[in-house]
Design a protein around this ligand. Structure first.
Ligand SMILES: C[S@@+](CC[C@H](N)C(=O)[O-])C[C@H]1O[C@@H](n2cnc3c(N)ncnc32)[C@H](O)[C@@H]1O
Length: 241
């Protein structure tokens, strides 16, 4: 399932590229697992929402030769354009600034697939967000999300070993599969086709801990305390009807 990612990482220069561009659990691996549950082909136009430095964009453009709109809030389109040129995907990937909470600059029905890796939990935790995104995907298309989450809702009972790391942003963004399914059930115009814990969880988190991002040092401490007991990676796929 991870043939592209494994092959990519087997090259030292690529491995360095990945360490310098990961912003969380290895997005290329998450993207490859999520994509394996979809029928992506070169004729598709995909919105990669919250693409960060574009690791999922790279996977979609290189493995599937799909056309990708790489939209992000924190990473500038200029930075991504330079990166996309350096890795030879600038003919397939359009870098664009977007704040999903402020409305997106696309036509209704424009995309075959809305694909979002390690980002939807930042903006998608409200009842309004998913209904605001659905119109951009054509009927019969899909919305596919991979996000960090929890094996169960902590509520008021945050486990003792997690308390030093737990903060208001984690409380808002990290949830169980059932929590996300309940939220998505409230949206009209989609049907859920898949929800599951992702198989790449441990490996993707371990790979993140080799990265150069400044928050890695704190995350290493957190993941050690967590010890595989509480965190998961969640995949959600819905069809637009
Ligand atoms: C943890 S980073 C992950 C980036 C990338 N998907 C990856 O996995 O490497 C979360 C990303 O979500 C994006 N994001 C957060 N809020 C957003 C919003 N309101 N609209 C668009 N993107 C957003 C950020 O810009 C950031 O790049």
């Amino acid at each position: 399932m991870y043939s592209f990612t494994n092959q990519f990482m087997s090259n030292d220069e690529n491995a360095e590229f990945l360490k310098a561009t990961m912003m969380g659990p290895n997005a290329m691996r998450l993207a490859e697992e999520l994509a394996a549950h979809l029928n992506i082909n070169e004729n598709m136009r995909i919105l990669d929402l919250g693409c960060g430095c574009g690791l999922s964009t790279l996977l979609l453009a290189k493995k599937y030769v799909a056309s990708v709109f790489a939209a992000d809030l924190w990473i500038s389109p200029t930075e991504n354009y330079e990166r996309f040129k350096s890795i030879g995907i600038d003919d397939k990937a359009v870098p664009i600034f977007a704040d999903a909470t402020k409305g997106l600059p696309f036509a209704n029905g424009y995309f075959d697939l809305l694909f979002t890796v390690d980002a939807n939990h930042y903006f998608g935790d409200t009842v309004e967000m998913l209904p605001s995104l659905i119109p951009f995907v054509k009927k019969g298309g899909h919305i596919a999300v991979a996000i960090p989450g929890l094996k169960y809702e902590f509520g008021e009972n945050v486990p003792g070993e997690m308390q030093p790391f737990w903060n208001s942003e984690m409380e808002r963004t990290l949830h169980s599969i059932d929590w996300w399914k309940d939220l998505w059930k409230k949206a009209e115009g989609i049907e859920m086709v898949d929800s599951r814990e992702m198989g790449c969880c441990r490996q993707a988190w371990n790979e993140w801990q080799t990265g150069y991002h400044p928050i890695v040092a704190e995350d290493i401490k957190m993941m050690k305390a967590e010890g595989g007991k509480y965190f998961n990676l969640i995949q959600l796929i819905a069809k637009v009807i």
